[in-house]
Design a protein around this ligand. Structure first.
Ligand code: HEM
Length: 454
């Protein structure tokens, strides 16, 4: 796949060092969504950022070209593995499919992947239609709502039903809040140039431990209920109980299942909610595109939308793709180089943290015409042809790409179509401020005016 095999990597030029002054470099790394664009502009598509001596901080290499993304994420060998952020997650939340290093992860992914095919996700997904209808009905006619808060509510409701077989939207204390605390703590420590030792019981660490314990109590409780009652309506939990590694026949332990249930809910919550909120906000500024979504959904008829309807919702899907281009919920995919590797013609040294800047690639004027313009037609069949497969990667790429991609697209499509077919949205804010406590989220309420569609 690379031009150079392992033996030749040594002859490549070292990834160039980013020339920004220290303070700006630090700021760019900490605000890593907008920061990555600045690092690309000043340092090029493969840019090495040092924040201190090597023995104290691993060098960070930002990669913002499709070729570089392929060289890092597309590798099938063991040269790239999990980062300090994943190690922090593993330490706090236990072994799960997101944080396991490649070697023990392989069996886990083989076991879980078959549950997440396009066909299989329909057996536990699809709860979004009802959740979206319920939330939108509650808005009434002529109201002002916070799109972000509303999308979080409906995503938590649907995700709770799909993943855990329980209602979570009214129990923020049981999941949403603990998740926020745990993920912020993990990202904060993982990206910190200097970390306090793990054993030190700081107030932040105590809060993170308590948050993790709350999530585990919930997943353990649900698992025990499902083990005792095979008729309990929680198809994903039952599927996990029955899942085996096709290569070894090994089943998942209760601990594995509990950890992965949390990983699925964690992986799906902020990401799906932000995608929906951004799509609604963007449509709230583009009435023509909004009317196209409404007409497409109305064409299906006046009944609850089901997974079978998704093939008729092609434009709605394009809107979601465009939302995830401009606002990729996972702004960065990180790896640790376990040996010297080639990235887009440069050498990246063993021990570096390699960060693929999805946000910067999705907005790069060299890759996209008028990159900041919201235009879902970029993703119609005609315009998508010939695009580099690595320039648009909202779900990542390669062996560790998102296991929940089909599930997320199913749910987001049903939610967006369900809302827009009955509600007309007018966004009240010009921008959609972003923050990246872990994944990309709205940094402030996203106010919109909503009224019933005639
Ligand atoms: C719009 C919604 C979503 C987006 C944009 C998204 C994006 C991503 C990305 C970019 C990765 C790869 C990260 C990397 O390479 O380091 C990833 C991994 C993952 N995602 Fe998602 N995700 C979404 C929804 C979901 C959902 C609903 C689930 C629940 C099942 C999920 C579960 C996971 C898991 C378990 C992984 C780790 C896979 C592995 O390491 O093998 N995601 N996601």
């Amino acid at each position: 796949m690379n031009a150079h095999n392992a033996g030749d990597v040594g002859s490549l030029p070292l990834a160039p060092r980013n020339p920004l002054p220290f303070r700006q470099r630090l700021k760019a790394v900490r605000e890593y969504h907008i920061g990555q664009e600045l690092l690309r502009e000043t340092g090029g598509p493969v840019s090495r950022v040092t924040l201190g001596p090597k023995w104290l901080n691993e060098p960070i290499v930002w990669v913002t070209s499709p070729m570089g993304a392929r060289d890092v994420l597309g590798r099938k060998d063991t040269a790239c593995d999990r980062t300090a952020v994943h190690r922090e997650m593993r330490h706090l939340m236990g072994d799960n499919i997101v944080d396991l290093p490649n070697e023990p992860w392989l069996s886990r992914k083989r076991t879980l992947q078959p549950l997440f095919t396009k066909q299989r996700v329909r057996t536990f997904g699809g709860h979004m239609s009802q959740a979206a209808a319920m939330v939108a009905d509650g808005w009434g006619d002529n109201a002002e709502v916070d799109l972000d808060a509303e999308c979080r509510r409906l995503t938590m409701r649907a995700l709770g039903r799909s993943v855990l077989g329980t209602d979570l939207d009214k129990r923020a204390d049981a999941f949403a809040e603990p998740l926020r605390i745990a993920l912020s703590h993990i990202a904060d420590r993982g990206m910190r140039p200097v970390r306090a030792p793990r054993w030190l019981p700081t107030p932040a660490r105590r809060r993170a431990w308590a948050a993790d314990a709350a999530m585990h109590r919930l997943s353990d409780e649900i698992l025990q209920v499902c083990r005792a009652d095979p008729t309990r309506d929680a198809p994903l939990v039952h599927a996990l109980i029955g899942a085996t590694d096709p290569a070894t026949g090994r089943e998942l332990s209760d601990q594995d299942i509990g950890n992965d249930l949390i990983a699925f809910a964690a992986g799906g919550y902020d990401t799906t909610a932000t995608t929906l909120a951004y799509a609604l906000w963007a449509l709230g500024h583009h009435s023509e595109q909004q009317n196209r979504v409404a007409a497409e959904a109305a064409g299906i008829g006046d009944r609850e939308l089901t997974p079978d309807d998704v093939p008729q919702l092609g434009y709605t899907v394009q809107v979601l793709h465009e939302a995830m281009r401009l606002c990729p919920p996972v702004a960065v995919a990180g790896r640790t180089a376990m040996q010297d590797i080639e990235v887009a013609g440069y050498r990246v040294e063993a021990g570096s943290m390699v960060l693929v800047g999805i946000y910067a690639m999705h907005r790069d004027p060299a890759l996209w015409e008028n990159p900041l313009v919201f235009d879902p037609d970029r993703f119609n069949a005609e315009n998508s042809g010939g695009r580099d497969r690595w320039q648009y990667i909202p779900f990542g790429g390669g062996p560790r790409s998102c296991i929940g991609d089909h599930f997320a697209m199913l749910e987001a499509t049903l939610a967006l179509a369900t809302i827009i077919r009955t509600i007309e949205i007018r966004s009240l804010q010009d921008d959609f401020p972003l923050a990246v406590p872990f994944t990309t989220v709205a940094a402030a309420p996203i106010q919109a005016h909503v009224r019933a569609r005639n």
